[in-house]
Design a protein around this ligand. Structure first.
Ligand SMILES: *[C@@H]1O[C@H](CO)[C@@H](O)[C@H](O)[C@H]1NC(C)=O
Ligand SMILES: *[C@@H]1O[C@H](CO)[C@@H](O)[C@H](O)[C@H]1NC(C)=O
Length: 385
């Protein structure tokens, strides 16, 4: 009897979940990579979002062409998106390049997205930006905005025009097993960008790109980053901060178990030399391996990437405290630790312990300006705090 009940419960569960899965193909999407499937995707979304019970939007195997698409809530219940196939943007970069985003999920409480490959076909856009005439402003590939209780798992993003994956204005987000890949020469193709969000966890991601592997913008709180393979790329960066006079700070960020391979930077905090209410507080970088990284440990408070009309006032956001613990490996330059802090707002509470970074099997050096704190344990390079 009990067995029978179990069996029928099980059957019911399968039946109802199958019932609630809406395949984009049933609504007219074509897996040929050519037919515009945008409206089929949006129809499927509307159905799952309006379902009174948890429902799943399903993207089967195959290649689906999708233009700019907004999947917006609020939804009536929890929603899932299961992607077995590949979603591609049109090869004409103008088509998705005008709006700032390509695939956007917005205002959803209780969203889980699994699997899939998305290819924004950004190469034409990158080429336009380097040769430089009449290029659109470009788009992020995959954005989750103003949402809470989100799981994003197993997504692969390739060839984004700009940022691959952005979490903005969200609470309680788990991002795991994400792969990102773009060419080293592709400008501003950050792997994962977090901004104005609280309680984001990023675990087990492999990121190869032309800009920061992970970038952390203003208003980020309680961010946990673990087991990241970064490179090529520009490292994991907090910032740039302090670009606006009134700006939210970054607080309580932990980066642990990361490997940087041949990256431009390892762990970096960057801010403009402007007056700002922004700050970076309670930051921990620990258990990190550097493999031939150009600037393994950096604080740069005169960030100004264009090199033109750079702010000359040396204000900069307040940075304190920051911990660097168990960081080892190799640097491709002799200076392995570079703290270039603001003279009017010096960095304080920097704690370094067990740092062992070599250069051509020899010693590295460190450089400090306006940086205060303590060091202990192994210190290669010798501390300049
Ligand atoms: C800091 O963030 C972590 C998650 O990364 C969280 O578990 C912890 O409670 C936060 N600490 C404070 C004081 O908010
Ligand atoms: C380290 O990287 C530099 C470029 O930054 C490269 O020229 C050099 O060959 C690399 N060294 C090793 C040992 O891989």
């Amino acid at each position: 009897m009990a067995k029978l009940i179990m069996l029928s419960l099980c059957f019911l569960a399968i039946f109802s979940s199958a019932n609630a899965a809406i395949s984009v193909v049933n609504l007219g999407a074509k897996s040929d990579g050519q037919t515009d499937s945008t409206s089929a995707f949006l129809k499927a979304w509307t159905t799952v979002c309006n379902s009174a019970h948890p429902a799943t939007m399903y993207v089967p195997k195959g290649t689906f062409l999708v233009k700019t698409a907004v999947f917006s809530g609020p939804c009536k219940s929890k929603v899932s998106v299961l992607i077995a196939g590949t979603i591609v943007a049109p090869s004409n970069y103008q088509i998705i390049g005008q709006t700032g985003f390509w695939i956007l999920f917005i205002k959803i409480n209780g969203l889980s997205i699994h699997g899939g490959t998305i290819d924004a076909k950004g190469a034409g856009f990158w080429a336009c930006r380097t040769t430089g005439s009449n290029c659109p402003s470009g788009s992020r590939s995959f954005t989750i905005m103003a949402s809470s209780n989100v799981l994003l798992s197993g997504l692969t993003s390739i060839n984004s025009q700009l940022i691959h994956v952005e979490i903005n204005g969200c609470t309680n987000v788990m991002v795991r097993n994400i792969k990102v890949s773009a060419l080293t020469q592709s400008l501003n193709t950050d792997g994962i960008h977090v901004e104005q969000s609280t309680g984001v966890t990023i675990i087990n991601c492999a990121i190869k790109t032309g800009d920061d592997c992970i970038s952390i913008g203003p208003g980020t709180r309680n961010l946990w980053i673990q087991r990241i393979a970064c490179g090529p790329g520009h490292g994991i960066s907090i910032g740039s901060l302090g670009n606006k006079a009134t700006e939210d700070g970054v607080q309580n960020v932990t980066v642990t178990s990361a490997v940087f391979t041949e990256t431009m930077n390892g762990v970096r905090i960057k801010s403009w030399a402007k007056q700002s209410t922004g700050f970076a507080r309670d930051i921990i970088f620990r258990n990190i391996v550097m493999k031939n990284v150009s600037n393994p440990i950096v604080i740069d408070q005169t960030y100004c990437p264009s090199g033109n009309n750079c702010p000359t006032k040396s204000y900069g956001v307040k940075i304190s405290p920051v911990t660097y613990l168990n960081i080892k490996g190799t640097s491709s330059q002799q200076i392995a630790v570079n703290f270039d802090c603001s003279s009017t707002n010096p960095c304080s509470g920097i704690r370094m312990k067990n740092i062992d970074i070599t250069y051509h099997n020899g010693a590295t050096t460190s450089s400090c300006s306006n940086a205060g704190g303590t060091s202990s344990g192994v210190m290669i390079p010798a501390s300049c705090l």
